[in-house]
Design a protein around this ligand. Sequence first.
Ligand code: PNS
Length: 165
Amino acid sequence: MATALCPGSFDPVTNGHLDIIERTARHFDQVIVAVIRNPQKAQSLFTLEERQEMLHEVTAHLTNIKIEFFMGLLVEFAKDHGASAIVKGLRAISDFDYELQMAQMNQRLSGIDTFFISTSPQHSFLSSSLVREVAKFGGDVTTMVPAVVAKRLIERFGEPGRKQP
Ligand code: PNS
């Protein structure tokens, strides 16, 4: 059985992430969405549990997905879970340098290969950090994130288009 990891912070999951997860799920028997437990990222918008709940909700239509947390090296988590591949989305050339370096390091450490999927063009400008910033300042991100995430952002920051303090 071929298992792939889709790793990330998912703070919060965006339509771009979901696109990569769905496409990965078509090519592998099992996909583990690996959410990093990063104590340094104390400034996260959503807690790990909130991120996990949102990921569960937005992947409920997929039968071969698990959502797990990990700490430390991704390749150790991959080995522990029998994953033979890491899958990442590439949005633009600016992603490439760092992603290539990580892929090569992970390959050297463990023999585990990284597969890159080109981000669908309609999502290529998207990142969780931009979504957080835009939502915080009252911008409308409802077309950029799944509905459950949009709802949580509205609960957190209020309706888009509201007057700024
Ligand atoms: O969504 P992000 O924050 O861009 O995800 C980055 C992530 C979690 C995929 C990356 O930081 C990672 O793999 N961290 C785990 C630590 C690790 O294995 N570091 C060595 C990478 S070569």
